[in-house]
Write a protein that binds this ligand. Structure first.
Ligand code: ACO
Length: 360
């Protein structure tokens, strides 16, 4: 038995390869480093979903139209849904969509995740949701639906890079959940709802909000080392560090740090939160080496996700929803791959409870 299924191979996939020793992420034969330089999120969706589902040839246009259709769902949604915490509101809104296993369901889910996230943020600020602009790219339209303003090209490019960076990542907890559900023959909506539930937890996609809480508590670079010593001394985990697979730095952290640097240079030139984040990162890595000498704990994707999404104007309570806007592509591709090539996933458990007293 392997607690947490560590090192257990539970699926064959052509979708992504997480090389935890060399710190490399490959998506269908392309390295993440190459993808973030040349591909939009829509291109990565095509790459992931090719051969998995009969996608329309003009995917950006079809996705734009799907966003328009998803907005109708927002207009008819009950008010009380928007009072829920954003990730729960997203789950509730997605649950109003029909289930299915076809390209239309896939587009509805990808579009709906983006449109609902923006609408939830607007409603929570007491503002009216803004209808999508189908002519914009997916990332630019998310920002526009959130703010009402067509974003600067570099802000749209930064969010696009984020969506590409998190689109797929092997058999992480939420993707595994999606595959388990798909293996029963349930549809893509069911797989997505389960995956979103798994993503929400702080050990997975719920970490970036607490990363910002940590930066707020530290306040200035000079406080970093002392604060981190105290936290580790109390036995706490540092959010944004450590990973089940990576034994070196998570390549996605550098992809996002690059996006952030470009954005910050244009915006105000003072680096924003970046100097504090870099001081905290250095202090955390040094302290983790001392506290956990037998475990390599490096920066993971969530650390720079937090700072990038904050810089783009997303409130921290919505970070998990924005993560879902990107990872939905991976969930759907894996769910389809499981349906096409896999079997029912049904592992065994070891019973350690009381035995029936046979003598009695
Ligand atoms: N801070 C302090 N100690 C840590 C951290 C951390 N961030 N991560 C792991 N450790 C320690 C554990 O306490 C444990 O120590 P012990 O052996 O003395 O008990 C040891 O390292 C191994 O930890 P596990 O929980 O067994 O490692 P696992 O592979 O299960 O955990 C995880 C991976 C959940 C990501 C973990 O590193 C963690 O909790 N990180 C903080 C939360 C976080 O950043 N989550 C986002 C992950 S990225 C993503 O999902 C998109």
């Amino acid at each position: 038995m392997s607690e947490g299924l560590e090192d257990v191979v539970a699926a064959r996939t052509v979708l992504s390869d997480v090389d935890g020793v060399r710190g490399r992420l490959i998506i269908r034969g392309a390295s993440l480093d190459a993808l973030v330089e040349k591909s939009r999120y829509e291109d990565v969706l095509t790459l992931l979903l090719e051969d998995m589902i009969a996608l329309p040839t003009a995917l950006p246009e079809a996705l734009g139209e799907a966003r328009v259709r998803a907005f109708q769902q927002v207009e008819s949604a009950a008010d009380h849904l928007f009072i829920l915490p954003p990730v729960d509101a997203l789950r509730a809104l997605l649950a109003t969509l029909p289930d299915g296993d076809d390209a239309d369901t896939a587009l509805r889910l990808i579009a709906g995740t983006a449109v609902f996230t923006a609408a939830i943020l607007r409603r929570r600020q007491g503002l009216s949701p803004i209808p999508p602009d189908p002519a914009l790219g997916h990332a630019a339209d998310i920002l526009r639906m959130m703010t009402g303003i067509t974003p600067e090209p570099d802000a749209a490019a930064a969010l696009d890079r984020y969506l590409v960076t998190v689109a797929d990542h092997g058999l992480n907890a939420s993707t595994f959940t999606a595959r388990v559900i798909a293996s029963t023959g349930a549809g893509l909506l069911s797989a997505t709802l389960g995956a979103l539930g798994a993503l929400k937890g702080p050990l997975h996609g719920g970490a970036p909000g607490p990363v910002l809480d940590m930066l707020d508590a530290i306040g200035t670079p000079s406080n970093a080392a002392g604060w981190i010593e105290d936290a580790l001394g109390r036995g706490e985990r540092l959010m944004g560090f450590g990973h089940r697979i990576y034994r070196v730095r998570d390549p996605r952290a550098d992809s996002l740090k690059g996006a952030l640097r470009l954005l910050r240079e244009r915006k105000d030139g003072d680096g924003g939160r970046l100097p504090l984040a870099e001081a905290v990162e250095q202090a955390a890595l040094a302290a983790l080496r001392r506290y956990k000498p037998n475990r390599t704990l490096e920066t993971n994707v969530e650390f720079y996700t937090a700072i990038l999404l904050e810089t783009l104007g997303f409130p921290r309570e919505a970070f998990t929803c924005v993560f879902a806007c990107g990872r939905i592509g991976g969930w759907i591709a894996h769910a389809r791959e499981q349906s096409l090539t896999g079997r029912l996933i049904r592992p065994q458990s070891e019973y350690v409870g009381p035995r029936v007293d046979e003598a009695a």
